[in-house]
Design a protein around this ligand. Structure first.
Ligand code: CP3
Length: 371
């Protein structure tokens, strides 16, 4: 055992900008990374995917590590975090469901949960270290290979978002099937949400133990619920995750790792989530006005975000103008304080990698704290 409480020794961290901002500190500039930064907009990622199935990449630590490092190599000195290559849908797989990634269509469950009795098909007491050990191995390997250049982020999906995928069987415009469950079978829905939350929490603890230095919970479909339904079917389970992760990390003497919640679209709830969700960082989509969001949460939480990913299609002048505007909105008295620059959702496949480079350069320029 090393003196960090972790079972592995890792190279010392050379760039801790992300971790300082995550504590709410004033930083010389905003740290920056983007969701889906290892993805199809990168030719080197497409080359790996031309040879390998999506979940094969997730399940092979050497491949997951390789694609995680691709943006770190390409944007050396410009990007301040890496995020382990995986997917939120590895949790439903660990619970016993089959998930395939269909080119051009996205994720698909051949046998989604149709009725509450289908929950019997799910594995009870999931052994996360066994079922998802491949993600943990990828994290440990990546921490070694990163050589301390930037911190490594681990993640999982939020219970509500995973519940919706498990019932819809894939993407959906209306979430009609998932909503049928919460309105028709509220008790069974809560039982399922609770079961998912426990797996997610154990999974995040395992990721921290494996070397993750910040963890993020993706509630991509938060905005599909009314505020009252969000309070009943999403928030309690996101709170449960943070509670379990913090308690277990302490019991296991793991490092205190910052936790980020990305409740996409739940824009009515910023103040309430800052108060109650139990996360250090809230991720914002682009529908938030940065200065208003900052005022609304005060210094209770750190904010992450939030440029519309489509700005990256607007050319260099638009990118520069929008990054400047975003920075002015988030900064307080000319300083970057408790702000992690990011897009408001994942980067999309058609972006020119050089335009993302320009985005990073503009963040460096416009988020610099004036001394
Ligand atoms: O951010 C990163 O670079 C880490 C890797 C990561 C992926 N998915 C890789 C991926 C992360 C953090 C995710 C999270 C994820 N996965 C979410 C939450 C974030 C969000 O975007 O809302 C969701 C909803 C999923 C489920 C999922 N996976 C969908 C809907 C899709 C298809 C959409 C698409 O972009 O095609 C995926 C596939 C996926 N996950 C890809 C990548 C790089 C592209 C698929 C491919 O390589 O063929």
């Amino acid at each position: 055992m090393s003196n960090t409480g972790l079972p592995h020794e890792f190279p010392p961290l050379k760039n801790d900008l992300l971790l300082r901002a995550a504590k709410g500190e004033k930083t010389e500039r905003a740290p920056v990374w983007v969701m889906r930064q290892a993805g199809r907009y990168l030719p080197e990622f497409r080359a790996v995917r031309a040879e390998q199935d999506f979940f094969k990449v997730c399940r092979t630590p050497e491949l997951a590590c390789e694609v995680t490092l691709q943006p770190i190599r390409r944007y050396k000195g410009l990007v301040d975090a890496s995020i382990i290559f995986s997917d939120i849908l590895v949790v439903p797989q660990a619970m016993g469901l089959v998930v395939e990634m269909i080119p051009g269509k996205g994720p698909s469950f051949p046998e989604p949960l149709k009725e509450p009795q289908d929950m019997d098909r799910l594995t009870k007491n999931v052994d996360v270290e066994k079922e998802l050990g491949y993600v943990c191995d990828a994290i440990t390997l990546t921490r070694q290979k990163l050589e301390g250049q930037v911190p490594l982020i681990g993640f999982c999906g939020a219970p509500w978002t995973l519940f919706a995928y498990m019932i819809e069987g894939g993407g959906s415009k209306t979430l009609q099937l998932a909503k049928t469950w919460i309105f028709k079978y509220p008790n069974e829905s809560k039982e399922l949400l609770q079961r998912i939350a426990i797996v997610c929490a154990d999974f995040l603890v395992a990721q921290i133990k494996a070397g993750a230095q910040l963890v993020q919970v993706f509630d991509s479909w938060a905005g599909e619920l009314s505020p009252a339904d969000y309070r009943e079917f999403s928030l309690p389970y996101n709170q449960l995750i943070s509670k379990i992760v913090r308690t277990k990390s302490q019991e296991l003497q793991l490092p205190k790792v910052p936790m980020c919640l990305f409740p996409k679209g739940a824009n009515w709830g910023l103040e309430e989530l800052a108060e109650k969700a139990g996360y250090d960082i809230l991720g914002l989509d682009w529908v938030h006005e940065p200065a208003t969001a900052r005022k609304c949460v005060g210094n209770r939480v750190v904010l992450q975000g939030n440029l519309d990913p489509n700005v990256l299609y607007g050319g260099r002048d638009a990118i520069e103008r929008e990054v400047k505007k975003m920075s002015e909105g988030f900064m307080v008295d000319g300083a970057s304080v408790g702000w992690i620059a990011n897009l408001g959702h994942g980067i999309t496949p058609g972006v020119d990698p050089d335009d993302l480079k320009w985005f990073f350069e503009c963040v460096h320029k416009y988020s610099a704290t004036q001394s």
